[in-house]
Design a protein around this ligand. Structure first.
Ligand code: HMG
Ligand code: MG
Length: 300
C-alpha cells in the first residue's frame, strides 16, 4: 500500500493569484468538478484578510457548501487560517484540516502574514487547542524551504527550527513549501532528509511550486525518500501574491500522470480532471497552462 495523499490546492493557492475574482458559487462549482474527478483532499480556500487577498473573500460560503458529509463521501477539506480572527470566522462551520502557515525566513513571513516567524509561532501555538477542540486536524506549512523571494538561499537550519516548533506545539502534519519554485531536487531532497531525521515521513507533506519547471522532479525525488503527501494544483494554476514572480504549483494532472504511469493508483480520473482544468481556464479567459493540458489539447 503506497498511502498516497494528493492535495489539490488549486481552489486556494491557484485562485489566490489569478487577477480575476471568482464568486463563491463559481469556486464551489469548480471544487465539485474536482470531487467528481475523484480528488478527495482539497484546499478549498483561506480565511485571510479579504483586503490582502480579495480572490479568497467569502471563503465561509465555500466552506458552507461542503458541510454535508453524506453528499461528499470521503472529501477532506483544507482551509488556510492565519490567526485567531480567521478561526472566529469559521463560527460553527467544520473543516477537516486547518492549515497554519509560516516560513523559513522573517522577510517572507512579514511580507505574507505581517508577523515575524517567532510571532507567527506564538500566534499558532495559541490556536492549537481551539482548533483541536473543533475536531480539525492541523497541517502547518513552512514556506521557503530552499529559497526566499527576498533573502535568496535559505539555511536549512532555519527551516528545521520552524518545523521543530510546529512539531512541538502538536500539529499533525508539516508541509515543506518550495515557494519560489527555484529549488532543484538535490536541494529539496537535502532539506527533506534533514526533516526526516526529526519526523516520520507520513507526517510530512511537500508543496512544490513549478516556476522553474522543477516541481515534478522534486515530487518524484521526495517520493523516493518516503514522502507520501503531495500538493498539486489542477491546471498548474497559481502562485503566492507575496512571493514576487512565483508561478503555480506543480500541476496535479502531471503528478497523477507520473504516478499512474509508474503503476501507482491515485483514484483520480485524469480525463475528468483535465475537463475541470479546461473549464476553469475558460472561466479565467486563458489557456490551460500545464504541459499535460497542452499535450492533450494538441492530440484532440
Ligand atoms: P495584519 O494586517 O497583520 O492584521 O494581517 P491586523 O490584525 O493588523 O488586522 C488588519 C486588518 O485585517 C483588520 O481589518 C483586521 O480585521 C483584518 P481592518 O480593520 O483594516 O478592516 N484581518 C482579517 N480579516 C479577515 N480574516 C482574517 C483577518 N485577520 C486580520 N483572518 C493577515 C494579518 C495574516 C490577516 C494578513 O497579513 C493577510 O491576510 N495576509 C494574506 C496572507 C495570504 O493569504 N497569503 C497567501 C497564502 S500563503 C501562500 O501562498 C504560501 C503557501 O502556499 C505555501 C508555499 O507556497 O510555500 C501556503
Ligand atoms: Mg504555495
Amino acid at each position: 500500500m503506497h498511502n498516497l495523499t494528493l492535495v489539490d490546492v488549486s481552489p486556494r493557492d491557484g485562485l489566490q493569484n489569478e487577477s480575476q475574482i471568482l464568486s463563491p458559487q463559481d469556486r464551489v462549482h469548480y471544487i465539485q468538478k474536482l470531487y467528481a474527478a475523484g480528488v478527495r483532499h482539497i484546499e478549498i480556500g483561506s480565511l485571510v484578510n479579504p483586503k490582502a487577498v480579495p480572490q479568497m473573500q467569502a471563503t465561509e460560503a465555500v466552506i458552507e457548501a461542503f458541510q454535508d458529509k453524506a453528499q461528499y463521501p470521503g472529501l477532506q477539506t483544507y482551509v488556510l487560517v492565519p490567526n485567531p480572527k480567521g478561526l472566529e470566522r469559521l463560527k460553527d462551520l467544520t473543516v477537516d484540516t486547518v492549515c497554519f502557515f509560516s516560513a523559513g525566513t522573517n522577510s517572507f513571513a512579514k511580507a505574507n502574514i505581517g508577523m515575524s516567524v517567532n510571532e507567527s509561532l506564538q500566534t499558532y501555538g495559541a490556536m492549537v487547542a481551539p482548533v483541536k477542540e473543533r475536531g480539525s486536524r492541523i497541517r502547518a506549512y513552512v514556506s521557503c524551504m530552499t529559497h526566499c523571494p527576498f533573502e535568496g538561499d535559505v539555511n536549512p537550519q532555519q527551516v528545521m527550527e520552524v518545523l521543530e516548533a510546529f512539531d512541538q506545539m502538536g500539529v499533525d502534519e508539516i508541509v515543506l513549501g518550495e515557494t519560489t519554485g527555484q529549488g532543484v531536487m538535490a536541494q529539496t531532497n537535502s532539506v527533506i532528509q534533514e526533516c526526516l531525521q526529526r519526523m516520520d515521513p507520513l507526517r510530512v507533506g511537500c508543496h512544490f511550486h513549478d516556476t522553474y519547471g522543477q516541481g515534478l522532479a522534486n515530487t518524484m525525488g521526495a517520493f523516493a525518500l518516503g514522502i507520501r503527501s503531495f500538493d498539486g494544483s489542477t491546471g498548474g494554476l497559481g502562485g503566492c501574491p507575496y512571493a514576487p514572480g512565483a508561478g503555480g504549483n506543480v500541476a496535479l494532472e502531471e503528478i497523477i500522470y507520473a504516478f499512474e504511469s509508474s503503476g501507482l493508483e491515485t483514484g483520480i480520473q485524469l480525463g475528468k480532471l483535465l475537463e475541470a482544468a479546461q473549464e476553469m481556464a475558460t472561466l479565467l479567459d486563458q489557456p490551460c497552462r500545464s504541459k499535460l493540458c497542452q499535450a492533450m489539447d494538441a492530440k484532440a
